[in-house]
Write a protein that binds this ligand. Sequence first.
Ligand code: GDP
Ligand code: IMO
Ligand code: MG
Length: 427
Amino acid sequence: MNTLAIVGSQWGDEGKGKVIDYLATRADMVVRGQGGNNAGHTVVIDGKKYALHLIPSGVLQKECINIIGNGVVVDVEGFFDEIDGLNADGVDTSNIFVSDRAHIVFSYHKILDGLYEEARGDSDIGTTRKGIGPAYMDKVERSGIRVCDMEDIEYFKKVLSAQIDNKNKIITKLFEAEPIDKESTIDKYIALAKRLQPYIRDTSVLVDDAVKSGKKVLFEGAQAAMLDLDLGTYPYVTSSHPTSGGFIVGAGVGAGAIKDILGIAKAYTTRVGKGPFVTELDNEVGGHIRDRGHEYGTTTGRPRRCGWFDAVVVKYASRINGTTGLSLMLVDVLDDFDEIKICYAYDCGGQITEHFPARIDLLEKAKPLYRTVKGWRQDISACATYDELPEACKEYIAVIEELVGVPVKIVSVGPGREQTIVRGEIF
Ligand code: GDP
Ligand code: IMO
Ligand code: MG
């Protein structure tokens, strides 16, 4: 079996897009299994930057098949905005297929995302407002509309019309906001349904065929372990399962379909949106990391919160994902520090723990315990092999491997494809 899952091991934006694009040069298929266009995956090829949201990062490889699996929530309007943008850049998008079982994100989901956030006041989650939570709410409540419902236009019109009536009741009666216009919304989505039809497939069959015939299949995670609905920093999470198990349901494959799991982690930590972040540096050092790493959201443009590498987080993420290797990203961002810190445990009111706690109140008060290592104070962005890295940088990587308990198989020293150091065979 030639299958590999790529999963975020912190709070997202670890550089998954870069790694997937890099490995997709040898992949036959790339599969998304959860999330929606809340994701923002950046790929840089020959200095040109592509920001992908819903479209799998294998799209920039000519021969690669790209699958949007049943576990994804599909904003059809956003899907075509992305397709049009890619086509305008000369990218071929004929190899993309969308699961007939995936649920659809409609404009009312985006409106409700904003209204729920505003109603939460100071306790808001800081969502991307892409309608992700409300779309998954409909799915779980069993009132969602699926991609296959777009195949029969008369049926689609009927279910969408009923849903708009329901949502308008919530929008006007609960929130006292403006209703959405039914006729124009239906017309817009009928046109989108007709445009989507050639992309619709039973993608579980396509993925299963590819896996069983020994094709190289990459499973592309969006978001990250700490944003997982069950296992992340609830309620400051997304509404899907961005952990390796999420692919099983979200791509419609058996539990044995994934051979290896590559956890993607930054050489430091970032988080966008609200929620606990034990190693956060709300100071000059954090600002320096933000500037050097250009840490602003790909989807929302929000400044990302920055802090030191948290081995408690990445060790936890590696456990729940079954990570077999790590890809350590943006190591070059730490090039000009005299000293670098790595958190190895939390002090939760006198209780020392190396295991990530569930309670948000404990996490908010937890103090990070740090190991300090020497910085390398050298530009590593042109290093092409592991041996070329400065000794202090190798030592930093070794400490991370020791604390997390997983080997670092990729070291990324810049956003470009060529700035990728691979240790041994990966995929
Ligand atoms: P994703 O959501 O996990 O795909 O990550 P994002 O694309 O949201 O954010 C990662 C950012 O880091 C992007 O701007 C990448 O181009 C950039 N990036 C990825 N790897 C590296 C690296 O090794 N060094 C530097 N300096 N930038 C990188
Ligand atoms: P990628 O794939 C970072 C965060 C939001 C918010 C929380 C819930 O680029 O790593 P949502 O809109 O999903 O309901 O928001 O999750 N979030 C992300 N943070 N990277 C992402 O995706 C994210 N997708 C959602 O900021 O805190
Ligand atoms: Mg991102």
